[in-house]
Ligand binder design. Structure first.
Ligand SMILES: N[C@@H](CCC(=O)N[C@@H](CS)C(=O)NCC(=O)O)C(=O)O
Length: 258
């Protein structure tokens, strides 16, 4: 066999292997989303050993947990149970979450609510790549940014209700400054982490809403934030969870322009 033939065979083999490998990685991201459960649906078999993420497909809080589950490669271990929030099953409040909100996780005979607690819980209690840094400086900053997340969303939601004179920029300036703290990568802690996951679903909604409704472009003068959005859009564990932009815009218009 000539050297050229050998190189050709090696090339074909490595190409096939590459596609095979990519297929394995991507296969999970093409998962079929289970049917949405509503007031007519029977409950699942609670506490039968299955780990379930009760979610709503367009909820940004639940999306945080969905992204975490995907990025850790837990599509098989954590089953999605989408709930129709506009026509919730009575059993959801009775048996799953007395607060009647998504997300909630059923794991090891307990139910855990609250998205920011859940992303940490999943990162610490399941296999998969670590999404929280070991470096104490980064951990400290991660805590600061995770506790700022609620302040951030509340501030932006408030500004949605405001008039033309409202200062839309301050919460986004905070993020732009935060993105300058570590220069070993484009994410909040340099490397990709739970902090990025906590903010992504909200930026996904805020950016188009502010642009269309308030004529305010969060990208102007914020190169770090622009680069961050670009990098997030390369993470399949996230992109698979993204909603239809037009649908999200319409929902936010209904909520905030009512
Ligand atoms: N603080 C909660 C907020 C969750 C939340 O507000 N979820 C909304 C859907 S996006 C919900 O379930 N709303 C139902 C309701 O308030 O009745 C978290 O971070 O998990």
């Amino acid at each position: 066999m000539s050297f050229v033939t050998l190189v050709y065979i090696a090339f074909c083999f490595s190409t096939c292997f590459h596609f095979f490998f990519l297929d394995i990685i991507n296969r999970n991201f093409h998962e079929v989303i289970p049917p949405v459960l509503d007031s007519t649906s029977d409950p699942p078999a609670f506490f039968d050993g299955t780990t379930r993420l009760y979610t709503a497909l367009l909820c940004p809080f639940a999306q945080r947990v969905w992204i975490t589950r995907n990025c850790k490669g837990l599509q098989e271990e954590i089953k999605l149970v989408p709930i129709d929030l506009y026509n919730r099953p009575a059993w959801y409040k009775e048996k799953v979450n007395p607060a009647n909100k998504v997300p909630a996780l059923e794991h090891n005979n307990q139910i855990i609510p609250e998205s920011l607690d859940l992303i940490k819980y999943i990162d610490s209690n399941f296999e998969g790549p670590a999404l929280y840094p070991d470096d104490p400086n980064k951990r400290e900053f991660a805590e600061e940014l995770l506790s700022y997340a609620d302040t951030f969303t509340t501030a932006v939601f408030r500004s949605f209700k405001g008039d033309a004179g409202t200062d839309f920029g301050a919460p986004f300036d905070y993020l732009e400054t935060a993105l300058s703290k570590f220069d070993d990568g484009p994410f909040f802690l340099g490397e990709f982490s739970l902090v990025d996951i906590a903010y992504a679903p909200f930026i996904e909604r805020f950016q188009p809403f502010l642009l269309e409704v308030k004529n305010y472009d969060i990208a102007v003068g914020r190169p770090k934030l622009v680069a961050w959005v670009e990098e997030m859009n390369k993470i399949e564990g996230y992109t698979h969870t993204k909603g239809d932009p037009q649908q999200l815009l319409e929902i936010n218009k209904k909520i905030f322009l009512a």
